[in-house]
Design a protein around this ligand. Sequence first.
Ligand code: ATP
Ligand code: MG
Length: 236
Amino acid sequence: MKHKVVTVKNVNKSMNLLRNLQSRSSIIPGLGLIHGPSGFGKTTTVVWMFNQTRSVYVRCYATDTPSSFLGRVLQEMGEVPRPPLSNMVGQVIERMVMDHCSLFIDEADHIVNNTRIMETIRDIYDSAEEPIVLIGMEQIARRISHRKQMFNRISEWVEFQPADLDDMEMLVKELFEINLDIKEDMLSYICNESGGEMRQILVALEKIERFAMANKLDTVDRRSWGKEPLFLLQRR
Ligand SMILES: Nc1ncnc2c1ncn2[C@@H]1O[C@H](COP(=O)(O)OP(=O)(O)OP(=O)(O)O)[C@@H](O)[C@H]1O
Ligand SMILES: [Mg+2]
């Protein structure tokens, strides 16, 4: 299977989010939120976007403190952190303003309860006024809503949706190494069993591609695949 990012609906919506934030009028706040269940493709999308735009990507950790967080942002910016913390905040703001760059903060669930980190992000945004996008799981919107001053600066958001049949067809067309036709009964089956989760879908598609190559097939439907489980916990 090819290693590439397919521009499924969630990816396009996320690109729009960034475009809207970057081109917003000065009276509109510039925080964004991308959220959705595990394995739906949030990180893949954001890493792909940051590679094609002027932006910085950081991932948060459960052990993060203001110092480790700011240190990581500066490292990603190619800067040497110069403590104290107030100075490091200034360094981040300066680079964001100079480079006109956006900041993506992945796994933000880890920091959403950390008041000092969240307030630091708000300080950075208020001074730099460049887009900052938080990425997290389903519950993150509700959890941020308790932080009024953060929440009301969010002007763009995307909730990742399960992959649908159109997305599946795009994945098949763009990711397979071989010319392989997967019949609709099989595609619907994968879509339903995986709950539209990209991580599971890709695992299933890889198994089917291997199966087709080993058996020299150019078409696979549910009958030709047989009873072999495609998912770790198969419903039927
Ligand atoms: N648009 C895409 N094109 C190709 N592969 C994708 C795409 N989106 C997701 N994937 C595949 O699905 C896997 C899971 O995606 P990803 O890690 O981005 O999900 P996530 O939403 O960040 O999950 P988590 O919340 O667990 O971090 C990735 O390893 C990648 O291989
Ligand atoms: Mg992720």
